[in-house]
Design a protein around this ligand. Structure first.
Ligand code: ADP
Length: 192
């Protein structure tokens, strides 16, 4: 017998997914600065919206300025940064939302922690594998030049390591693929 009256229970993820007509999931982009994570996430969001699928991007602009504004770039803070992103992401996924996270997340340990928090079955690791030389040639924010001059310490790819993901669900080298091709590959991967 159910001892709780039905109206006392919070609605479940399945209820939300039924309402939205979609499955919640996390698409976790990882890759060097300037590799194309944000560009692909933004194009993917547009295409999902066009297909009437609800999506949310988490990126440096909306995370570092808000919930993680008290965090710096020490090793402990980098872990805490990703932990909070994963916990917030899980709330979106549990609401049935297709959630896109665009963070360098340079180590296997960080990405494994995120996958563990979110749940392996909802976690798609997309490695934006654009070579360092191409990222540095683009130098979107002028950060590589600064890092080369020694003005930024521990810059991923220059003075801090980037560990290549061991088993990404997908790899996208944007020196070889157009934005549209990358988006298509993700749509096929998530089967929408
Ligand atoms: P990240 O979020 O990984 O730091 P960004 O998306 O901010 O990278 O920057 C990638 C840059 O590369 C953008 O200026 C984008 O216009 C450019 N770019 C050139 N070709 C591509 C491509 N095929 N796919 C994605 N980005 C590309």
């Amino acid at each position: 017998m159910n001892i709780y009256p039905i109206f006392d229970r919070m609605l479940t993820r399945a209820d939300k997914e039924q309402l939205l007509g979609q499955r919640g999931m996390m698409i976790w982009f990882t890759g060097l600065s300037g590799s194309g994570k944000s560009t692909i996430a933004i194009a993917l969001e547009r295409e999902l919206q066009r297909r009437r699928l609800l999506c949310r991007i988490l990126d440096g602009d909306n995370i570092r300025s808000g919930i993680n504004s008290n965090l710096g770039f020490s090793p402990e803070d980098r872990v805490e940064n990703i932990r909070r992103i994963a916990e917030v992401g899980k709330l979106f996924v549990d609401t049935g939302i297709i959630t896109l996270a665009a963070f360098i997340s340079p180590t296997n340990e960080l990405r494994r922690m995120a996958a563990r928090i979110i749940g392996e079955q909802d976690f798609y690791e997309v490695y934006v594998s654009t070579p360092l030389e191409e990222c540095e040639r683009r130098d979107v924010k002028g950060l590589y030049a600064k890092a080369r001059r020694g003005e930024i310490r521990d810059f991923t790819g220059i003075s801090a390591p980037f560990e290549v993901p061991e088993h990404p669900a997908l790899s996208l080298d944007t020196s070889q693929l157009t934005v549209e091709e990358s988006v298509d590959r993700i749509l096929k991967l998530i089967n929408v």
